[in-house]
Design a binder for this molecule. Sequence first.
Ligand code: FE2
Length: 168
Amino acid sequence: MFNYMFDSSEAIHISHPTTALSDSFVRWLAERNMFPSFLEIFYLPAGCTVRRIHTDLDHITDRASKINYIIGGEDAPMQWFEVKNAGSADTNYAPDAVRKGGTSPFLHWTRDECTLLEEVVLHGSNLVHAGIPHVVFTKTKPRIAISVVLKDITSKQRLTCEDVVSRL
Ligand SMILES: [Fe+2]
C-alpha cells in the first residue's frame, strides 16, 4: 500500500484516522491502559536532508512517547540532540493532524545549534521519544515511519517513554 510513497522523490507527511489500526493492536494498548490518539505516516525519499532538527510539540517535554513502525531507511539513524543555547528555538507550524485546516506549532533548530546525544537505526516497531530535539536524515534508502501517539486511557494525557515501558 506504500508503493506510491516509495515512487515519490518528495517527502510526504499524512495523518490518518486511528481506525485504520488493527483491532488487535488497539486491544493490546487498551490492556495496558493506553490508546492511540493519532496516527501519522512520514515518508522520506533517499538523500533527504532538508528537514530541521525539531520537537513534535511547541515545548521540550518527556511526555511525548510514540510507537514508530519503520520500513526502509536501513542507513538512516534517528538522532537525538541537546540544544546548546536554551531558548534559541524557532517556532514553525505543521498542518494539524487533529483539527482540519488548523496548524500545530513545533520547535526547530539548525544542526549547529545542537549537540548529538544519541543515534540509532530503527527497524520495525520502536518506542521513541519525540519531545526532545530529534531528526532523521536519509542517505541511500527511502524510509517510512508509521507513527502512533500514545495516551493514557483514563487521563487522556500523553505518556513518557518510562510510563509506556512500565506498562509493557
Ligand atoms: Fe518528529
